[in-house]
Structure formats: C-alpha cells, structure tokens
Write a protein that binds this ligand. Structure first.
Ligand code: AMP
Length: 592
C-alpha cells in the first residue's frame, strides 16, 4: 500500500485532541477525573476502571487482551471474561489471607496470567509489582526484599532458575503461585499451583473500595547510587493513564493497540495494561521478543491502529530498510508513538517512509507514572523533539550549578531558565494524579526529588521558543540500554562480589542500536593478572547474577578513578572511553 493512500484513510478519523492550545486552556484534572466511573462513596479502583466498568456494557464482548503465544497459539479475553478471571484471582488472594496494601509481585513473561494477576491484585486492594523476567537472581532478590513481597506469581522455569535459591532469605514471601504444567509444579517445594487455586476460587468478587490515594502499583527504577528505588503509585493514577491514553496516544474504544514494552517496566504496565483498557481498547500482547518480520506481520494481521514502541526497536527496523516494511500491508496504522530513549529526527521521518506516518516521540519516567510531554497527533511535529507538556502539566527548565546542584533564589524558589534554548534540568510542578508518592523505605531520597516546589526529573533538556522540549542527556550516571534504565551501582556491587576484583566502575557506552550498552572498568586485587580467561569469567559471573543488565564489555584498569569524597568518577571513565577531554579533574583523588 502506498504511503499516501494509507495516510488518506487514516486522516479521515479526527484526532482526539484536535487543538492543543484549546485543550490546554480547557483542561483540568477534575474534569479528567469525572470521565471515570468511580465506585460508591468516592472510592476509585484502577481495575474497576480498566475492566469491570466495560464488562457489562456494549464493550462486554469486545476483546480486551489478545495474546500471541510463543508457539503460534492465539488466546483472547473479552472484557467480560477478563472480569471473571480477575475476580477469581482477587478471590485467590483473599483465600490466602493476603491483606490490603500487601505486595503481590510477578516474575513472568508476557503471559495471560501476568495480566490477570495485575488486575486481580488491584481488585483485591493489594499493591502489584511487576519484575522484568530477564533480570538475574540478584536484582530480583533486592526488589523482592525492598518491596517486602508477600506473594509472587511466576512460572516453574523462572522460579527454579532465579528465585528458589533465594527463598530461605525471603521469609516475608509467604506464597509463591506458579503458572505452568501441574506435574512440574508438583515437583517444587513451597509453591502453589495458581490454576488450581483459580479453579477453586469463586467467580465474582466484591472489588475493594480503595481510596484514590491508596497504594496500587510499585515500579522499581534506578539511580546513580544506592539500592534500586521502588516508586509507589496510587489508584488515582488511573485518571492520568486514561487521559494520556486518549490525548497523547489518540486511543478510542474499539481500537487495536500494541504497546511493545514489557510489563516489567513501567511503560508495559501504564500503557500495556491500564491506559488502553480504561478506554475500551483491544490490546495485542506478543509473548516473543523483537523480530522485524514478525513485528510487521503482527501490525498487518492484527490490523493495529495505534502502535507504541521504542527507539531501539525502530533503529533495528531501520537497519533492515523501509523496503521490508513495504512488503506488508501496514495501512491499518493511524498513530505511532515512541518512548524511553531519545528518538532521532531521522527515525521520526523514517516512519513516514516505512509506514506513511511519522513516529511521535513522547517523554516520561517511572516516577511520573504516565506521559508528561508529547508530540500529539494534531500538533505540528518537530522531529527530534519530545514535544510539549500534556494539558494539565506544567514543565520548566531549571538552572543547575557546575556540580549539577540546583540554584535556589533567596525566596527558596528554583531559578528557572528564562531564555529559549537555555539548557537545564527538566522540572515538573507536582500535583498530577499519576505522580509517585514515595520510594519504598527511602523517605529522604523521595524528599530530595523536590526543590522549590518542583519535582526534579534528573534529565537535561532545552525548551525552544514555541514550547517544544528537546532532550539533551541524563543529569546523572544512570544507563539507558535498549530503553531499560540500569543503575551503575547495582552492576558495580554485583561485580565486586567476585574475589578477583578490588574495584569496579560502570558506564553506559554509546551504541548505535541499543543507545547505550553497559561497560565495566575493573581493577584487580594485588597478585591477580588480567587475562582473556578472567574477562570471560567476569562476564559470565555478572551475567549469572544480573541477567540482562550485566555488562557487555569489561576492561581491566590499574585503578578506578574516585573523587575526594570517594565517589566513582564515571564521567572521567566515559571521557576516557570516548577519547574526549577529561574536563575538570581537580576533585580526583590521588591514585589508589
Ligand atoms: P524509566 O523510568 O525507566 O521509564 O526511564 C525514564 C528515563 O528514560 C527518563 O528520565 C529519560 O532519561 C529517558 N527517556 C524517556 N523517554 C525519553 C524520550 N522520549 N527521549 C529521551 N529520553 C527519554
């Protein structure tokens, strides 16, 4: 299908937000809230908005989730069926004595049970926390511990490989529910068969009358230092999920929507589960990982209307050339959006060549819970820019000092950039419904994310004269690899458990496909000698402990640079790696 013919058909459907300026002038979160169904007495529950409210009306028999399984099988759950399944899961939790507010974790691939568990846990009033199934045992243990997991849903394979050994160290983890073959589950000690419990559970449940500010979701993210941060979100986040799904992704009832993110990361939950379901959309879920031809075929065969993906995937498609896209009928697409890493102007425009539609970049992060800045369907697109703030969101650029600290005026207010084009930190005015409400057990870290009445995102940006934001870089040392945020400290700590290592420093090394890959610089203990065998051993050691976030490259160095207060100077490691000037090294500690 030619690009112009395709675009003509799609253009006939008007955008949900035809005029950005007008929408900003009229928008209020109260009005967005009024679009939800709610529960008696002012209660609000994400699962009610996503599932139950549709389960009896005209959408009851519309497919809510369509699963494309590993072996070609297709499974579907209509909204009515999803209600029954999630009711059963909520009843399972009740029967197990799980209390409201307790944490239910999932460690599974993109299988139906993960989605049922997420929504069922919310119905029960529990807090749901998805884990990325490609994590190794170490990040899994940390997160289960920090998040005080009470229940874990997993599969026999993942549980055996990644959790069984840690189980004695996690006394708070009372129930492990496994999904898979009964015979395999029977062989494992200390676990229960999820399906058996589901069959025994009643089909209808009384949904928990959660308050809008009751905790609902926990998503882990990483900072430069310290343990992973568990960002807590509340039920009223659903106000923003629905509004952003409508405004920024242009979703409407009956659409077929494919969000390629894994629910182990926040995009895969906010936009892979909650937002589209609140809008009565059919979500496509692909169990398998990226494969260009398979992905094109999914868009074609599933007649996907709206596609939400990531720059790494787009770069991989670009590498194969637009001709490959032209072998498929992709004319169902109405809107394409991308998130998670910088999207180059080239990739935006390549969308036109390949799909007859540009790719619309948008920006947000785990802490914001939902899209904050976007290129909207009916707003002039600036290729390379993240777009403009969502109606209802106030964003600004804050000045930083040379050390990356914030500049406060005498009255305690943040100094904001005045001139267009000035670079600084992206800050957001708190108060939107999907804003995180804390980091589990780290009150001080949470409080230090705010200054002068603004939330500090940690990202460096510029804003142009017309109010479009442009991403410049991270303000910290966190690594973004294939869209996944990786804390260097977590990787360094895992490496240091190896007996040969005295010190380790980890950076993101630019990579044409993944954006960045994890690279480690390691100093050996006295008496140890660098060798290819040791390098391979360290790579294997890291891979076993960390899984997908392990370093891809390891270099031996005499010493890892630290500043006088002991912090690893990753900036210097990066400059050396890239052959850039070393900059100010006056704070470098004498070589250790
Ligand atoms: P996460 O919390 O894992 O979703 O990662 C959020 C971080 O990803 C942001 O703070 C940015 O550094 C980066 N990010 C997300 N979206 C974009 C985007 N559109 N352009 C550039 N960076 C992005």
């Amino acid at each position: 299908m030619s690009a112009s013919r395709a675009a003509g058909g799609r253009a006939a459907i008007p955008a949900n937000m035809p005029d950005y300026e007008r929408a900003c002038a009229r928008f209020s979160w109260e009005r967005a809230r009024a679009r939800l169904a709610g529960l008696p007495g002012g209660a609000l529950n994400i699962a009610h908005e996503a599932v139950d409210r549709h389960a009896e009306g005209p959408l009851a028999n519309v497919v809510a989730l369509r699963f494309l399984g590993r072996h070609g099988a297709v499974g579907e759950l209509t909204y009515a069926q999803l209600r029954a399944e999630t009711d059963r899961f909520a009843n399972v939790l009740r029967a197990l004595g799980v209390q409201r507010g307790e944490r239910v974790f999932a460690l599974a691939g993109r299988i139906p049970e993960l989605y049922v568990a997420a929504l069922g846990a919310l119905k029960h009033g529990a807090v749901f926390c998805p884990l990325f199934s490609a994590f190794g045992p170490e990040p899994i243990e940390q997160r289960l511990r920090i998040g005080d997991a009470r229940v874990l849903i997993s599969t026999p394979q993942l549980y055996r490989r990644k959790v069984a050994e840690l189980r004695p160290r996690l006394p708070g983890l009372r129930h492990v529910l496994l999904v898979g073959e009964a015979a395999q589950i029977d062989e494992i000690d200390g676990v229960e068969d999820c399906r058996e419990l589901m069959v025994a559970a009643g089909e209808r449940c009384q949904i928990a009358a959660t308050a809008p500010v009751d905790l609902a979701l926990l998503h882990f993210t990483s900072g430069t230092t310290g343990a992973p941060k568990g960002a807590l979100h509340v039920h009223e986040a659903v106000v923003a999920h629905r509004a952003t799904g409508e405004i920024a992704l242009d979703l409407r009832p009956g659409d077929v929507f494919w969000c390629t993110a894994d629910p182990g990361w926040v995009t895969g939950t906010s936009y892979g589960i909650v937002a589209p379901l609140t809008l009565g959309v059919t979500c496509v879920v692909d169990e398998l990982d990226f494969d260009a031809e398979r992905w094109y075929r999914i868009i074609q065969d599933q007649r996907v209307d709206v596609w939400y993906t990531a720059p790494t995937a787009l770069r991989m498609l670009m590498r194969l050339g637009a001709e490959v896209a032209h072998e498929y009928d992709l004319g169902s697409l109405r809107f394409i959006a991308s998130v998670g890493e910088p999207l180059s102007a080239e990739a935006v425009l390549w969308g036109r060549e390949a799909f007859g539609l540009p790719v619309h970049d948008n920006w947000w992060q785990t802490e914001t819970g939902g899209i904050m800045i976007a290129n909207y369907r009916a707003m002039p697109l600036r290729p390379g820019s993240m777009g403009r703030p969502l109606p209802g969101i106030q964003a600004a650029v804050a000045r930083r000092d040379r050390e990356g600290g914030h500049l406060l005026a005498a009255d305690g207010k943040l100094q904001l950039a005045q001139a267009a084009g000035e670079q600084g930190e992206l800050v957001l005015r708190p108060g939107w419904p999907s804003m995180f409400r804390g980091y589990v057990g780290q009150e001080q870290r949470y409080r230090s994310s705010f200054a002068g009445g603004w939330y500090l995102t940690g990202d460096l940006v510029r804003r142009d004269r017309d109010g479009y934001f442009w991403f410049v870089g991270r303000g910290d040392d966190v690594i973004k690899s294939a869209g996944h945020l990786i804390g260097p400290f977590e990787v360094e700590s895992a490496l240091l458990a190896h007996p040969a290592l005295a010190d380790a420093g980890v950076i993101g090394k630019p990579d044409p496909l993944a954006g960045e890959v994890v690279k480690a610089f390691v100093a050996l203990k006295p008496g140890m000698r660098p060798s290819e065998e040791l390098r391979d051993e360290l790579l294997g050691f890291a891979r076993m402990r960390l899984g997908a976030v392990a370093p891809r490259e390891i270099d031996f160095v005499d010493s890892v640079p630290h500043n006088r207060s002991g912090k690893i100077m990753r900036r210097l490691l990066r400059a050396r790696e890239l052959g850039l000037p070393e900059g100010d090294i006056s704070t470098l500690e004498a070589i250790r």
